[in-house]
Design a protein around this ligand. Sequence first.
Ligand code: KG4
Ligand code: ZN
Length: 337
Amino acid sequence: MAKKNRRFLLAIETSCDETSAAILDRGSILSNIILSQDEIHSPYGGVVPELASRQHIKSIDYVVGESLIQAGVDLEEIDLFAVTQGPGLIGSLLVGLTFAKGLAYYFRRPLIGVDHLQAHIEAAFLENPEIEYPVLALLVSGGHTSLYYLKEPLNYRLLGKTRDDAAGEGLDKIAKFLGLGYPGGPVIEKYAQGGDSSHFHFSRPRLKTSGYDFSFSGLKTAALKIIRENNLTREHPELNNFLASFEEIVVRSLLENLARAIEEFSPQSLILCGGVARNKRLRTRFAELAQKNQLPAYIPSPRLCTDNAGMVGALAWKKYQAYPEVSLNLEIDAYPR
Ligand code: KG4
Ligand code: ZN
């Protein structure tokens, strides 16, 4: 299937609760349509997997069509298809994967499978292709909290990941418990503004390891205990202090591991990515840590932090550049984790 001068790539992302499609021209984004399902899941305080898959099925053709219209590209002109294989919700992943396979099969164009977590990291390279390796990348999202070491392009070494809840999941669960809505991260950020982050003290269970794993379920339990002991509710005057303190301890736990990894791995650059990387407190503390270590720090712009097909397309293009012998590849499968 070798074909010279491949140019237009259509990428699809449906791993969780965003239906997204993007068109790229030689690796540059022409369009990146993201249809969020937040309103559908909000009453439940978290993503309901079956509702997510059903909504992807309803939205996918519209989202793909819109990405082509905005890019001014015809479907027949697409040279390569790309899709998220995992990790994510299996039903949701299968919608995007099946749709992409159908297109690749019909148009006889290669299909490139992409890892969702690696794509989050790639979002930083989209806006900053000059990032120097080796890189330490901290990925913080609703489903994952992971620290990666990239010695060179496309070489991912997982240093540590969460043993229980992801950081975003912790924020979402506390927001749900307080009846603040979903997704919890942005609401907590709003309430926490102006709050005193040293007001509430969180006892933090230490992980019995010298590795780089994270844990957030202990913090969640500590937060629930404080909520109960202080009768905290939505209307409580101390709520902003509590949420600022909780946000602060989550941010500190995340950056502690990164700080240790900087010592051990002496990277050239730092990346912060994933949905929680939209958080201002985390962005600021991350930048401070980088400055202290005299390292350049990169965070994708907020729109590219949350799930989007643009980052999937960017990684697919990088893989294609490295390995141009692509094939129809219809046997690729989805993986939940
Ligand atoms: O990367 P993402 O869009 O989806 C996953 O792959 O999980 O991340 C979603 C997560 C949610 O937990 C949400 O609460 C969190 O990102 N989030 C934030 C902010 N915006 C989104 N957390 C803290 N502060 C924010 N501003
Ligand atoms: Zn994600």
